[in-house]
Design a protein. Structure first.
Lengths: 495, 492
């Protein structure tokens, strides 16, 4: 069965059409893989084998009639931030303990409509707040990758750490993630997977538990650029129920993958060469430049002068929106309620018990920066910075088609290694937050290994709604990097 | 408008001199629409608790607001009706606070950039004068749900039917100077909203409610510290609350005290206001633009098309009634205060004498309706019937006096006025011969009175009465008058 879980989506979809195996067999292979691995990895917070097999059976019927959809029979994992009808959805927070939505998020609805099969709900940082998946109420996720010669558990990145780990460990063929400041791209980089954050407005936010509304965007994880494009084809849609979703045509993102980068201009932003940039990261970045040059791209230095203000501004805007978005978790209508003597103490008890430390920290920061007397100095100023960051990119894209940067400042770190230092944790987002602040599409592609033998990723940033060019450049890096090493399987328990 | 008061400087006397009362109002008007401001749930009144609640209204995780364009159109229509600036770009903000009947933990409202800017309302006062009250702004916002504290000994219940219903908050400038003006302002505003069909103005159902800001000052002084009286839900209570609050503040200041800025509640049972929370206890609402909603952009073309479809507004109608029907400003104001009344009047006055029509509508009809506690739409006498009745007066078929009897028959029994007059023999006698006979008879029977009348021409009235009595009121009073003058040789 391991051969089946090792397939790409493209290969599996072709195999299903050719009747080489059934959707049921594909689902079963994944369900058994999850059963054997989840104790060690904790990637899934809820496995839905019955639903998976039921959906697979339906897929087989449609395949038999030649009516298979674009993702017919493809087993996927869903980040627990996506509301799934009849399946508990908690955003990995105690405050949503046992919450079962009566509705399906638009993105997952699109996937099911295309024939995809749900394996279960994937772990993430609580309310997507974190960069290591250590803030989850369900405990941390282990990265399938370990340092050479070490059994230490590494983090899979975050907040979509369950998604990245599950895709890397072949516990699903692809997964959904959400990216508010790097929550898809950073975990992808740390697990050797491909992760794409689409342009803000490309995918509907309807039915996704909100963290920071103006930054949140759903996107896919997969093991190849092509698979990522296949997933995005289906996830993207205009949704009248989300007024920030954009009514733009969704092209077939796989169509131009093989066009190469000849004729493209790749921008290299000098401000990303930060003080203290690790040599191996700098080397990887240079390698990426060489690959793209060799493939025929023109490489050009560009400037994004306001980059250094992006992270501090992000940590004002995102918590501000979060402090308001999370006000609805008050114990009144659903989720956790801890009673008190009056309504105020009920609120206090519920939110004290329901939210973890990082979520509380961000609610406090957000409440502070929106308070009377501080709003102008913090929130308003951060929004102005945001405008400047957008302008930086607009100007840079006058001279180039895509921008190449490292995805993260370093490789995966060990569980507990920096979780006590929020500021150091926030620095993980240094190369990714600008993209969210500007609403642009970004992708992380596996590009090599660190000195510790763990994966590293390169990030490509594209023009608004030009995911096609982004994926094309990503394909070029994937091709140049060649087949990368896969993590050694230490997590499967003996049957 | 020549009868508008130029300077609105009403004063009230205190123990130590005169005071000026300064009033500003924030009226919350429920938008007439089928669905809520940001969800498709019904806005119907009186449904079972929590039966008009969508996933958005209940603030389920991941739910997003989508603006209801009809609510936006209604706000723009209202802005146009208030002769106000329409802002083509406006922004929805979140007003953050915790309350069990506020599911999102914030109310979506408009803070710094409302959809409607400055405008004005011309307020008609009881003495016939008019004052202009400036409108500061109008913005759209969501209503909250309702907390029910009397359903269980230890628990409170929440009904979310109202949660998310669209409200227009209409903020006046502090241009109001008395409780009477405040009441008249709300009445006029309600009239305008009802004309426009943008709010039903039903205060009992809570479709219209007011927050009243009251302060007092010595004439010529800068504005005093104000108290805000929250959620007053009838026009009478608005008046009472202002009277009480102004007196309270004046007494406080005259005793050497200070007014504190605070929110107060009006208690309808005692007619008093009492402190609810002080400025220090006021919420910090942490307003910020709602990131789920893009700025609301309107086109001038769309606004213009709404404007061209707007109905005639009360002030315009009033002017037209004065101009076209020769009505007094007072009569015109009474008619236009309610659109249905104005429509009724127009139907009656169509092709007839306007003054005669207004007398019958404003005096006879409204008098009778008021007496019986009926509204114009409940009137047993239709405009068509009343118009035909007036025709019979105009062509001298019946006298005004007889007409009142016919009106009474129409009210109680219905029917066609001409037919009633015909079959019941109520026709005015215009046959000069018959009238002359009656006149001669009266003159012959009262020689002494005839002598008196030569000295005292007013005596003629007595003769008219006698003739009318003799003819059972059916004689044409004009004809009787003319004959008597001639025969008695009286010159008036």
């Amino acid at each position: 069965m391991s051969e089946l879980t090792n397939l790409t989506i493209a290969a599996a979809r072709a195999g299903l059409d050719k009747k080489e195996f059934s959707a049921k067999e594909l689902a079963e292979a994944h369900v058994s893989a999850i059963e054997a691995a989840n104790d060690a990895l904790n990637a899934y917070v809820l496995v839905t084998p019955d639903r998976a097999l039921e959906m697979a059976a339906e897929s087989d019927k449609r395949l038999a009639k030649g009516e298979g959809g674009a993702l017919e029979g493809i087993p996927l994992g869903i980040k627990d931030l996506f509301c799934t009808e009849g399946v508990v959805t908690t955003a990995c927070s105690k405050i949503l303990e046992g919450f079962t939505p009566h509705y399906e998020s638009t993105v997952t609805r699109n996937l099911w409509d295309a024939g995809a099969v749900m394996l279960g709900k994937l772990n993430n940082d609580e309310f997507a707040m974190g960069s290591s998946n250590e803030t989850s109420a369900f405990g941390p996720v282990a990265n399938p990758w370990r340092r050479e010669g070490s059994d230490d558990k590494l983090v899979p990145g975050g907040s979509s750490g369950g998604s990245s780990a599950a895709v890397a460990a072949n516990l699903c063929m692809g997964a959904t993630g959400t990216d508010t400041g790097g929550s898809i791209r950073q975990p992808a980089a740390l697990t050797g997977t491909v992760g794409l954050k689409p342009t803000y407005g490309r995918c509907s936010r309807w039915g996704i538990v909100a963290f920071a509304s103006s930054l949140d965007q759903a996107g896919p994880f997969a093991r190849t650029v092509e698979d990522t494009a296949l997933l995005l084809n289906v996830m993207a849609s205009h949704d009248p129920r989300d007024t920030t979703s954009v009514d733009a045509p969704v092209p077939d993102f796989t169509a131009s993958l093989k066009d190469g980068v000849k004729g493209l201009t790749v921008g290299i932003p000098k401000e990303y060469r930060i003080d203290g940039l690790k040599p191996e990261i700098a080397k990887l970045w240079d390698q990426g430049v060489e690959w793209l040059k060799a493939a025929g791209a023109t490489v050009k230095e560009v400037t994004l002068p306001h980059t250094k203000y992006a992270l501090p501004s992000y940590y004002i805007v995102a918590p501000a929106e979060a402090s308001s978005n999370l006000a609805r978790y008050d114990g009144v209508r659903y989720g956790l309620r801890v009673d008190g003597d009056d309504v105020i103490s009920m609120y206090e008890n519920t939110r004290e018990a329901g939210f973890g430390a990082e979520v509380k920290r961000r609610i406090l920061i957000g409440t502070y920066v929106l308070s009377a007397g501080y709003y102008d100095a913090y929130y308003l100023k951060a929004q102005k910075v945001r405008t400047l960051i957008k302008r930086d990119f607009d100007q840079a894209f006058e001279d180039c088609d895509v921008i190449l940067t490292p995805t993260t400042p370093g490789p995966a770190f060990a569980q507990g290694e920096i979780s006590g230092d929020p500021l150091e944790m926030y620095l993980n987002d240094i190369f990714t937050v600008t993209v969210n602040m500007a609403g642009l599409p970004g992708i992380s592609v596996p590009a090599g290994l660190s000195g510790e033998g763990t994966p590293l990723g390169l990030q490509l940033i594209g023009k608004p709604f030009d995911e096609a060019t982004l994926l094309r450049a990503a394909q070029s890096i994937e091709d140049a990097a060649g087949p990368l090493k896969r993590p050694e399987n230490w997590w499967t328990k003996a049957a | 408008m020549q009868e508008t008061v130029e300077k609105n400087d009403l004063l009230i006397a205190g123990e130590t001199g005169d005071w000026e009362v300064i009033i500003g109002m924030e009226v919350h008007a429920q938008v007439t629409s089928n669905a809520k401001l940001f969800s498709g749930a019904s806005t119907g009144f009186g449904a079972a608790p929590n039966s008009h609640v969508s996933l958005v209204d209940a603030a389920m995780p991941g739910m997003l607001p989508v603006i209801n364009s009809e609510c936006v159109a209604q706000a723009v229509r209202t802005g146009l009706g208030l002769k106000a600036q329409i802002n083509l770009t406006s922004i929805f903000d979140r007003k953050n606070y915790f309350y069990p009947d506020l599911p999102q933990g914030y109310q979506i409202s408009q803070y710094q950039q409302p959809i409607v800017g400055e405008g004005e309302v011309i307020v008609d006062l009881l003495d016939g004068t008019r004052v202009v009250v400036g409108i500061e702004r109008l913005h759209l916002e969501q209503d909250a749900g309702k907390s029910l504290h009397d359903q269980h000994p230890k628990k409170s219940f929440v009904d979310l039917n109202r949660s998310g219903v669209a409200l227009m908050e209409i903020v006046s400038k502090p241009d109001i100077r008395s409780s009477e003006q405040a009441k008249a302002y709300v009445s006029k505003l309600r009239t305008i909203l009802r004309y426009l069909g943008t709010c039903d103005g039903n205060m009992e159902e809570g479709s219209l409610r007011a927050d009243v800001n009251v302060s007092v000052r010595r004439p010529g002084d800068p504005l005093g510290t104000r108290a805000e009286i929250k959620n007053v839900n009838s026009i009478r209570f608005i008046g009472q609350a202002i009277e009480y609050e102004a007196r309270r503040q004046i007494e406080l200041l005259e005793e050497g005290g200070e007014v504190v800025q605070e929110t107060r509640l009006f208690d309808a049972k005692t007619g008093e206001t009492r402190s609810m929370r002080s400025k220090e206890e006021a919420h910090d609402y942490r307003y910020f633009p709602d990131p789920d909603l893009l700025p609301l952009e309107l086109t001038q073309d769309w606004v213009d098309s709404l404007k061209s479809d707007l109905c005639e507004l009360p002030d315009e109608k009033r002017e037209r009634f004065i101009r076209d029907f020769g009505l007094s400003p007072y009569d015109a104001s009474v008619l236009v205060a309610e659109k249905e009344r104005a429509d009724y009047f127009e139907a009656v006055a169509d092709g007839r004498d306007g003054k005669l029509a207004v007398n019958w509508v404003n005096n006879e009809l409204f008098g009778r309706l008021n007496k019986e506690g009926l509204g114009i739409t409940d009137s047993p006498v239709s405009a068509d019937q009343l118009g035909k009745l007036i025709d019979l007066i105009a062509d001298d078929t019946i006298s005004g006096k007889i007409a009142k009897d016919v009106f009474d028959i129409l009210w109680t029994e219905g029917g066609d006025p001409a037919e009633i007059v015909e079959t019941r023999g109520m026709k005015q006698v215009t046959d000069t011969g018959a009238i002359e006979a009656a006149v001669d008879e009266v003159i012959a029977a009262n020689p002494d009175k005839v002598e008196q009348a030569k000295e005292k021409p007013q005596m003629i009235g007595w003769f008219v009465g006698q003739v009318m009595k003799a003819t059972q009121g059916k004689a044409s009073p004009q004809a009787v008058n003319a004959l008597l003058k001639d025969k008695l040789g009286v010159e008036e």
